[in-house]
Ligand binder design. Structure first.
Ligand code: SF4
Length: 456
């Protein structure tokens, strides 16, 4: 039986649904076994993301997978970035870039009707987006809007209901248009009503809700159910000229809807995101955004600095804001409101291949598998790769500290235990090689060899 690992490039839910679908099929197949660790897999499927900095993170993950997987393993790359930058990715050696449906059909599976394995408290109710925000890459890759039937969503919630106290309801890209394709109208209100009636003893968070879909019907369901505790409603800006250029609803429309929500449910958490540095954003327009955020309406704020994503309308607009101004504005919102920052990818216009080469070169100078107790790669490999790239000097510092500080018998035993339990033999040998060739006294080198447990 062949071993297969699925790797998600970030912990967002863009490809979670597809990963789940593949995972379920694979688990029921007699040909493949799912493993968490891609270093032992015969087949690795990487789900890439094209959103902001995740684009380059995805490339780094591909480099990481290529460096650490078995030499004979087959590496398939799919997902948003594979759709958007097919030809660039195809130039990376040793990977096969595939459309997801093609990939799914190309494996021999035992047919099954089961659609998802809920391995977290997230229920994805739809896929795609019908909006065309001028700065966003999704309209270029999304293929319309596809909702799950209400009954299927209720079944998924049933499987989570006994174990989860809070369930996060979201679309893969956008939630508010739920049902348009299946029921001929926005039906999120109906869905929410059914869910809260059938599963009342649970808290609900509504994710990624476009303000246009916040209808009176949805607001009245939220009003009746205090266990709906949070909604993520992204305002993006408050200036009408900017909102128009973003192709988003007007400020007045958003303000009225937010006001209605607050009146019926003053306790409801409303979280939001804003973009600073959109083309044409003057200091005055930025100040008006800050002033609105100061009203204390939002429980959580995320702030992104505008990124010129190739192929989007906004990237072609005049009056682009200088990078340093975007950065300053983003940091100001971070400082004032404790906002989570999403900096524009500085390398947005750089080549994916250059990033791949740079990452591969850094990774090649590291031990292959640093830690003994390794991350579950099929969930958040992107985070792990980032940590590897950014944190390697800290890891080495940890090793050196252990060696420097081991003086008594007790320290000696404790340090050796720590090093052997934390790092693989391959990593320890690598550290020892670094120490061996570094500017350390002979006695230190010998102590390092013993503590790291490296054979002579
Ligand atoms: S609603 Fe969200 S996913 Fe859809 S185009 Fe706008 S930003 Fe992109």
């Amino acid at each position: 039986m062949k071993k297969m690992a699925l790797v998600l490039c970030n912990d967002m839910h863009m490809d979670l649904e597809n990963a789940n679908l593949l995972l379920t099929r694979v688990q029921q197949s007699k040909w493949y076994e799912v493993v968490c660790d891609y270093t032992i897999a015969d087949i690795v499927v990487v789900f890439t993301c094209a959103f902001g900095p995740s684009k380059m993170d995805s490339v780094r993950v591909i480099a990481d997978v290529r460096r650490n997987c078995k030499p004979e393993a087959k590496v398939f790359v799919t997902g948003c970035l594979a759709k958007l930058c097919t030809s660039e990715l195809k130039a990376i050696p040793g990977i096969s870039v595939q459309d997801f449906s093609y990939l799914l059909n190309s494996f021999e599976f035992v047919p099954t009707e089961t659609l998802s394995i809920p391995y977290q408290n997230k229920v994805i109710i739809s896929e795609g987006c019908l909006h065309h925000c001028s700065y966003c890459v999704y309209p270029m890759i999304a293929n319309g809007y596809k909702s799950k039937p209400i009954e299927m969503i209720l079944q998924e919630i049933q499987t989570l209901y006994d174990t989860e106290s809070t369930i996060y309801l979201t679309g893969a890209q956008e939630t508010a248009d739920y049902g348009i394709d299946l029921y001929g109208k926005r039906s999120f209100g109906d869905l929410l009503q059914r869910i809260t009636q059938q599963f009342p003893d649970c808290y609900y968070v509504i994710g990624w809700f476009h303000p246009a879909g916040l209808t009176e019907e949805v607001i009245s369901v939220i009003a009746e159910h205090p266990n709906i505790i949070e909604i993520m409603l992204h305002i993006q800006h408050v200036d009408d000229e900017i909102l128009k250029n973003m192709n988003r609803p007007s400020f007045q429309e958003m303000q009225e809807k937010i006001g209605m929500l607050q009146r019926v449910r003053p306790d409801l958490k409303i979280s939001t995101e804003a973009i600073v540095g959109f083309p044409g954003e003057t200091e005055e327009k930025f100040d008006s955004l800050v002033e609105y955020l100061r009203k204390g309406i939002f429980s959580n704020i995320g702030v992104a600095s505008f990124e010129m994503v190739k192929g989007t309308k906004a990237a072609m607009m005049p009056n682009q804001v200088p990078e340093e101004v975007k950065e300053r504005r983003m940091r100001e919102i971070e400082k004032c409101f404790g906002a989570t920052c999403y900096p524009a990818s500085k390398d947005g216009s750089e080549s994916l291949l250059e990033e791949y080469a740079r990452t591969s070169s850094i990774l090649s100078k590291m031990p292959k598998n640093i830690l003994v107790d390794r991350q579950k790669y099929h969930l958040i490999a992107g985070v792990d790769t980032k940590e590897k790239l950014e944190g390697f000097s800290l890891v080495l510092e940890d090793v050196l500290d252990s060696i420097r500080n081991a003086r008594t018998e007790f320290d000696w035993a404790r340090s050796q235990k720590h090093l052997c339990e934390t790092y693989t033999l391959e990593a320890r040998t690598f550290f020892y090689d670094l120490i061996q060739h570094g500017d350390f006294k002979i006695a230190f080198k010998e102590r390092a060899r013993q503590l790291l447990g490296v054979p002579q």
